[in-house]
Design a protein around this ligand. Structure first.
Ligand code: NAP
Length: 293
C-alpha cells in the first residue's frame, strides 16, 4: 500500500522495542482490512522524553498508540481520560487520540478473556488461579473479576506482591474470595482449580525446560493457560496436554489484545462482516514465521 498525505499513523512507544511483534501484527491487520494506515515503533530511551513524545503525538495527530515496558504506568499522568478497567489495574497499553484528547485503555486482560470465550469456556463463578502477580497478572485478574469469577488464587514468588494484587481486586470486587500462596510451596496450594494461568516468564525461551508448578498436582478437568508465546507450547503446556487437560498458549491473547487496540482506534473494524478468523490466521502464520517457533 502506498503512503500518501492521507495515511494515518499509529505507533508503539517503549524501551526496548526492537523485538516487539506489534509493528508486524498491526501493519498486517491494516493491510488485510485495506486501510490507509501504518504502524511504527519508537524507542524512548530516556524517560524524560516521555511527556514530549505524548505532546508530539497530540500535535501530529497520530491516531493512536501502544505502550510497552517500561512506560505502561508512568504514561498515565499524560493521558486525559483513563478507561475504568485500566484505572483499576493501574496501567495502560493503548491510547486513542481524538483531536488531541487522549484516552487510555488496557487490552491485555480482555485479549486473554476473549480466547476463553472463543473456545466457549465460561468463567462466571469459576475458581481461577494466577501464577505471578506482575503487569500481565494485574490485567488478567481485573478482566476476570469483571467476568464474574467466584474465587481467585494468586501464587507468586514474592507473596507481598500477591497480597498487593489481592487488595487491588478486593477493593473493587469485595465478593470475590481471594487467597495468596508462595510459588514453590506446592503442598499448601488448592488443587480444585478450574483455570490455572501462568503469567510468569518461567518456561519462556531460552529457559524452555522449566515449569512453574507441576500439572500433575491438579485435576484433569483443570484448564491450563500459559501466556508465554515463545515457545508456542511451553513444557508446562505439553505436560498438561499429556495428562489430557485442555490447554492454551499465549499467541491467541497476543493477537486478541492487538485486535482490541485496533477496534479502539477504528470503529469501522467493529463491522460484523470482517472475517477476524481469517485475519487472525494470517497474523498467526506471520508470527510463527518471524519467531521461528
Ligand atoms: P512482570 O510484570 O515482570 O511480572 C512477572 C511475574 O513473574 C512477577 O509476579 C514475578 O514475581 C514472576 N517471576 C518472574 N521471574 C520469576 C522466576 N524466575 N521465578 C518465579 N517467579 C518469577 O512481567 P509481565 O509483563 O507480567 O509478563 C510476564 C510474562 O507474560 C512474560 O513472559 C511475557 O512475555 C508474558 N506476556 C504475554 C502476553 C501475551 O499477550 N501473551 C502479554 C503480556 C505478557 P515477583 O513478584 O516475585 O517478582
Amino acid at each position: 500500500m502506498n503512503i500518501d498525505s492521507d495515511t494515518k499513523l499509529y505507533c508503539l512507544i517503549g524501551n526496548p522495542i526492537s523485538k516487539s511483534l506489534s509493528p508486524m501484527i498491526h501493519n498486517l491487520i491494516f493491510q488485510l482490512n485495506s486501510m490507509n494506515a501504518k504502524y511504527l515503533a519508537f524507542n524512548i530511551d530516556n524517560a524524560e522524553y516521555l511527556e514530549k513524545a505524548v505532546d508530539g503525538i497530540r500535535a501530529l495527530g497520530i491516531g493512536g498508540f501502544n505502550i510497552t515496558i517500561p512506560y505502561k504506568i508512568e504514561i498515565m499522568k499524560y493521558i486525559d481520560e483513563i478507561d475504568e478497567k485500566a484505572k483499576i489495574l493501574g496501567a495502560i497499553n493503548t491510547v486513542l487520540n481524538i483531536n488531541g484528547k487522549l484516552r487510555g485503555f488496557n487490552t491485555d486482560g480482555d485479549g486473554f478473556v476473549k480466547s476463553l470465550r472463543d473456545r466457549e469456556i465460561d468463567i462466571k463463578d469459576k475458581k481461577v488461579a494466577l501464577i505471578g502477580a506482575g503487569g500481565a497478572a494485574h490485567s488478567i485478574a481485573v478482566s476476570l473479576a469483571f467476568e464474574g469469577i467466584k474465587e481467585l488464587v494468586i501464587i507468586n514468588r514474592t507473596t507481598q506482591n500477591a497480597y498487593k494484587l489481592k487488595k487491588l481486586v478486593e477493593d473493587v470486587f469485595p465478593n470475590i474470595h481471594i487467597n495468596c500462596y508462595e510459588i514453590g510451596r506446592e503442598t499448601s496450594i488448592p488443587k480444585d482449580i478450574d483455570i490455572l494461568i501462568n503469567t510468569t516468564p518461567i518456561g519462556m525461551y531460552p529457559d524452555a525446560d522449566s515449569v512453574p508448578i507441576s500439572p500433575r498436582l491438579f485435576s484433569t478437568s483443570t484448564i491450563f493457560y500459559d501466556i508465554i508465546y515463545k515457545p508456542q507450547k511451553t513444557k508446562w503446556i505439553l505436560e498438561a496436554e499429556k495428562l489430557g487437560c485442555k490447554t492454551f498458549g499465549g499467541l491467541d491473547m497476543l493477537i486478541n489484545q492487538a485486535i482490541y487496540s485496533q477496534k479502539i482506534w477504528n470503529k469501522s473494524l467493529m463491522n460484523d462482516s470482517i472475517d477476524w478468523n481469517y485475519i487472525k490466521g494470517e497474523v498467526l502464520k506471520n508470527i510463527i514465521n518471524s519467531l521461528q517457533i
